[in-house]
Design a protein. Sequence first.
Lengths: 201, 201
Amino acid sequence: MAERIAGPEIERLVQLLARLPGLGPRSARRAVLHLMRKREELLGPLGEAMRVAHERILTCTTCGNIDTSDPCAICRDGRRDAGILVIVETVADLWALERAGLLAARYHVLGGVLSPLDGVGPNELNIASLMQRVSEGSVREAIIAVNATVDGQTTAHYLADLLAPLGVKTTRLAHGVPVGGELDYLDEGTLAAALERRTAF
Amino acid sequence: MAERIAGPEIERLVQLLARLPGLGPRSARRAVLHLMRKREELLGPLGEAMRVAHERILTCTTCGNIDTSDPCAICRDGRRDAGILVIVETVADLWALERAGLLAARYHVLGGVLSPLDGVGPNELNIASLMQRVSEGSVREAIIAVNATVDGQTTAHYLADLLAPLGVKTTRLAHGVPVGGELDYLDEGTLAAALERRTAF
């Protein structure tokens, strides 16, 4: 009975929406009912935006970002310093750094981190293309901006070892207390790093 | 800078997805990246399912359910007892009752509850059409299945008063301890109702 209450079209929409991260069957049903109420303002435009995205969006063959052009807008942007290459795990991380708007550099998206238990070795990541880019000579500094997880840091050390012979300066993000963070909620590793690298007023 | 990182098509998709209940800007971005990774299995089909839904889905003029036909499948279903009418606040509540599969009745969706502070009076709800349906004579029992909130219960009493002169039996859902519920977490009103209506083993 449950499968037939609202017609196969609605049921299919619920099932597809439930596959998005952050949505389960219940929230997908709520989302569908919301879409039905906002048919012209939201359901129509969203379907159209998905069609357009499906047709036009590409993965940049240079850096691994997604965009409607290849190379992507960041790789084509002449105002960015091609000498600084920020290496990130995912496009989400690239977006996070771009939203912060802290540096006008280029990126390289690894597509994940080394994780032998999950069968992710160097060949599963965009490491060959990274070496290729760096060996072309224009990169002065490679900022390894991977997550501060065990797999992330393993990957960072692996990349630093690979990059060392190419004569490029390799850096990584600092550890410390997050801005607005409360000491009581931080792990010992973070506190140790923050203490060790304490700075003068 | 933040608005231009990934092209207007992706930004538009993020903004539209962020308007779904349960998704904010951050989870909408995660959803878009997930859609990009699952382009053929998810992005394409989801866009198409939304287009189909936008084209075909109607609100049933009899009961207020949504479906691809009007009257909806429930209103057309001859195996259901037209003598029992379940009055619910929203289509989501109708779906919840149908999923439970407890009764083969007809429904009437109010479209909300009375809420004078929010400007929702009887004219803003599907109450005229409810009176019309009940006065046609085939309804024996009206089950007022609104939420156990203050506004819901106010609406229930209002409807019971309206329905009384029509000679239809009017009932409402029982209060009590939810199945699996722990007494320690229940409010006093629920405990009082559960005690008062206690049943013999």
